[in-house]
Design a protein around this ligand. Structure first.
Ligand code: ADP
Ligand code: MG
Length: 686
């Protein structure tokens, strides 16, 4: 259905669409089958769980047999070859139980990206070798029970953490689940179930009441309401009848529909959404760099402080090698920058999923980081603040022609245009049952109007700018206008024959959105190619700070630049092809109403619904995401900084000492706090 994905053989959390190296450990990524993301992950989680539960009784044995523990708990128990039994049990726990830990450590070392697992392996291995030497080479106490419990604590930590992180990754999985695996293909007179993947364009399929629609298509027969909330975020079911288009992954309500498949594979809405989410999850926020730097620093600190701790306690005090070794291991364990590695990615995954649930697709995480600092929002008028559905308010003949004649000519030309004004005129002509003429040589003039030839005569339709440009009439035409209407003129062979007044409806949600921006301290601007009169009225009605009217598409981008030059951080919200350049120019571009393809390409954030209030939601989400990231960095790094001295034995005089296994549990706790803190985002209302 779509291109294959890649994952890290060591860490299934990593999902990438390129066959690059793992960003965490540097190993080469391997392809995964579609839908196997979670299976793979569950395998890892299961492996940790199994190793934990099998190592648990072995560790208990080691503990019971250890002299130190017996001394503490005041009991004595001895078996023949006690030391050897402990050695064997510990070896199993460390090497079989800890195998995945060593594997991950090894891949880090191979990739020369020393991190958390290098440290874990180092701690386990040094403790183990030290003990083996104490058993066989020189007389001394061993660290068997310490390293066994340490390995156990790591296994436990990883198992629990994977479970927690599993709750955090999900946006993609949830989307794959929306597509039913099979579809009912209409094959002549009969009905046959086939795999959704095998559907071809033009195939007819049947959708029964309550079923999920498997693919994008067009309704051929039947009426029903369809719940499209999973794709558009719109909770009210949408009525479908002949010629309506339907989206794969949405749910049919009570009617039966026959649809013709119009899009397959990568073209379907859901595939494109998945692609965008994947892009977002691949994109790294700027704070990630800080986290990576801190992690590198901690790894370095862990090793140097660990070695210094060992040297200090073994050489400068009379505590002995065991004590020094234990402390050094604690330091290395506690300094593991694990939580730091989770701090940012957990937040970004949840954010993208949460956003998608609200019909907001974030293509680039960096956009969310900037959104928080916004102080200017520029909104396109037609289609963004207004519905972009024009109704005709009046038709004014200037010459001896009928209104029908004007409408007929206008509609015949506009038939070839995609502009909302054109659609309004065509609809009205259809409603009036006017028969359209065949015109030739149609040409659209962006931001101005359109031209075409009809039986040898040149027909021109457009605004004042176009009329002036073609020098039609030498003075401004004065006529009675309806307030709020925008007028376009119709001319034949440079002779003005009439004007058509059209009015658009301001979206009821727009005022609320503008109000919210104001409360957030963000200034608003409206950008439109429409006439000054209309722009002024809309701006006034909505309480917009400034407006730019009569702006040609190519000048829209300059207006954004102007605002940026004054030091503003500017977001642009638009839907059309003529907004693409300004969407790119703005610090953040938001394409609204799932816009046009070009707008989507140029924007960083895509709003599936036609609701300006979703811009407010996106900004709120960005604020929440940012504070979560900062909190997580604090929890992840702050804890290391506080606990490293304790682990190094700085507070030994006060009776505070951190044993390696406690260090391992603390480390796990910090990772869990980070994951849990990120998960809290899921509950946020926007
Ligand atoms: P907006 O910025 O409001 O989306 P555009 O830049 O697309 O508007 O268009 C600006 C103006 O150009 C419109 O208000 C209209 O007067 C005129 N115009 C553009 N295209 C057409 C068309 N196909 N037919 C008539 N007028 C048009
Ligand atoms: Mg527009």
């Amino acid at each position: 259905m779509h291109k294959s994905l890649y994952t890290c053989p060591m860490d299934p959390e990593i999902i990438s669409k390129r066959s690059s190296k793992c960003p965490k450990c540097g190993m080469d990524l391997v392809p995964i089958e579609r839908g196997r993301e979670d299976i793979n992950h569950k395998d890892m989680e299961k492996s940790f769980k199994k190793r934990f539960f099998l190592s648990l009784p072995l560790t208990l044995f080691v503990l019971i047999l250890s002299e130190k523990i017996q001394e503490w708990l005041r009991f004595s128990l001895s078996v023949p070859y006690q030391e050897i039994v402990i050695f064997v049990l510990s070896s199993v726990i460390v090497f079989w139980g800890g195998l995945p830990l060593f594997q991950m450590g090894l891949s880090e070392i191979r990739a020369k990206k020393y991190g958390m697992m290098t440290l874990v392996s180092l701690a386990l291995l040094s403790g183990y070798l030290f003990s083996v030497a104490a058993t066989f080479l020189f007389p001394g106490e061993s660290l068997y029970w310490e390293i066994s419990t340490l390995a156990l604590a790591f296994l436990f930590g990883h198992w629990i953490e994977m479970r927690a992180v599993r709750g955090a990754t999900g946006a993609l999985k949830e989307l794959t689940r929306l597509i039913p695996p099979q579809a009912h293909l209409i094959d002549g007179e009969s009905l046959r179930d086939i795999q959704t993947d095998e559907l071809k364009k033009g195939d007819l399929i049947l959708i029964r009441p309550g079923e999920k629609i498997p693919i994008d298509g067009e309704v051929i027969e039947g009426v029903s309401a369809v719940n499209e909330s999973m794709i558009t975020g719109e909770s009210v079911p949408v009525n479908k009848s002949e010629a309506s288009s339907v989206i794969g992954g949405t749910i049919n309500s009570d009617g039966t529909l026959t649809i013709k498949v119009t899009k397959t594979g990568d073209e379907t809405a859901i595939s494109q959404m998945m692609e965008l989410i994947r892009q977002a999850q691949d994109s790294k926020p700027e704070v990630q760099k800080i986290a990576d730097k801190a992690a590198g620093f901690l790894t370095f600190a862990a090793l140097s402080v660990g070695i210094s701790t060992f040297l200090f306690w073994s050489l400068a005090t009379s505590q002995g090698l065991i004590f020094a070794g234990t402390l050094a291991i604690s330091v290395i364990v506690i300094a593991c920058p694990h939580a730091l590695g989770l701090a940012i990615p957990t937040v970004t995954t949840i954010t993208t999923a949460l956003a998608a649930k609200h019909g907001i697709l974030i293509k680039d995480m960096k956009a969310l980081e900037i959104s928080r600092k916004l102080n200017y929002i520029v909104l396109d008028k037609t289609g963004t603040l207004t519905e972009g559905k024009f109704g005709i308010t009046d038709i004014i003949p200037f010459a001896k022609v009928s209104k029908e004649e004007i409408l007929k000519l206008a509609a015949s030309v506009e038939r070839f245009s995609q502009h909302p004004i054109a659609l309004g005129i065509i609809d009205y002509a259809k409603h009036k049952k006017i028969k359209l003429e065949a015109v030739k040589e149609f040409r659209s003039i962006p931001g101005k109007g359109a031209l075409a030839k009809f039986s040898g005569k040149e027909i021109l339709i457009g605004n004042q700018i176009l009329i002036d440009e073609y020098k039609i009439g030498n003075k401004k035409i004065i006529f009675k206008k309806t307030e709020g209407s925008t007028y376009i003129f119709v001319a034949i062979d440079k002779k003005l024959i009439g004007a058509i007044g059209l009015a658009d409806i301001i979206r009821p949600e727009s005022a609320e959105a503008i109000e919210s921006f104001k409360k957030m301290g963000i200034k608003t601007a409206m950008l439109t190619g429409d006439h000054e009169d209309v722009a002024k009225l809309v701006a006034k009605k909505l309480g917009i700070d400034i407006y730019f009217a009569d702006v040609l598409p190519k000048d829209k981008v300059n207006k954004i630049k102007q605002l940026q030059k004054k030091g503003n951080i500017v977001a642009m919200v638009g839907d059309g092809v003529n907004d693409a350049a300004s969407l790119t120019q703005a610090h953040i571009g938001l394409a609204i109403g799932a816009g046009t393809g070009v707008a989507i390409e140029s924007a960083e954030i895509i709003l599936m619904r036609n609701d300006p209030r979703d811009v407010v939601k996106a900004i709120r989400l960005s604020q929440k995401t940012n504070s979560k990231m900062v909190q997580n960095l604090f929890w992840a790094a702050g804890y290391n900084i506080i606990t490293i001295p304790a682990a190094a034995g700085a507070f030994y005089k006060l009776g505070i000492l951190l044993r390696p296994e406690w260090a391992a549990l603390l480390m796990t706790a910090s990772s869990l706090i980070v994951v849990a803190n990120a998960l809290l985002l899921k509950r946020e209302k926007l």
